[in-house]
Design a protein. Structure first.
Length: 154
């Protein structure tokens, strides 16, 4: 399905620029925008690494990146924040609602569905499974590097 097809059939996408091979833009507009925004180099590296995998990889690799470097990580990370910061729940109800909702949806439905998607896209093919694993590992390494820089600055 092309970006044009998506925007024609999904009105909420209308007028939005989606970065993909089908959109013809590729990483160049993203990279230029990140640099122009003044984003820190470590953030730019993380975003460019992730989008590079998504742009050049096969669909099973993209699904693995989404599943293992986001859907599997967010619920436990947000859960820890909500457990360790309960004293701030009353002061920031919208923020905690956001965290609680992500925990519920990502661990309840999105995560399991993402795992099913990766399994179906790989179809038990050992080569596709290795490719999916390698893509997920690259994305996780990029995320870890991002978090390491953030941690060192605290």
């Amino acid at each position: 399905m092309s970006v044009q097809t998506i925007t024609e059939h999904h009105p909420r996408c209308e007028g939005r620029r989606i970065i993909s091979k089908a959109g013809g833009g590729g990483l160049q507009p993203l990279s230029r925008s990140l640099h122009a925004s003044g984003a820190p180099d470590f953030v730019i590296r993380f975003v460019e690494t992730t989008f590079s995998i998504l742009e050049t990889g096969a669909i099973h690799e993209s699904a693995a990146v989404f599943t293992f470097s986001r859907e599997d990580l967010v619920p436990p990370m947000f859960l820890r924040v909500t457990e360790e910061c309960t004293m701030h729940r009353q002061s920031y109800p919208h923020f905690f609602y956001y965290l609680d909702r992500h925990i519920e949806v990502d661990s309840g439905s999105h995560g399991p569905l993402a795992h099913t998607l990766v399994a179906e896209l790989c179809g038990g093919d050992p080569a596709r499974l290795r490719e999916a694993e390698a893509a997920a590992c690259r994305a996780l390494e990029a995320r870890l590097a991002l978090w390491d820089v953030i941690l060192s600055s605290l």
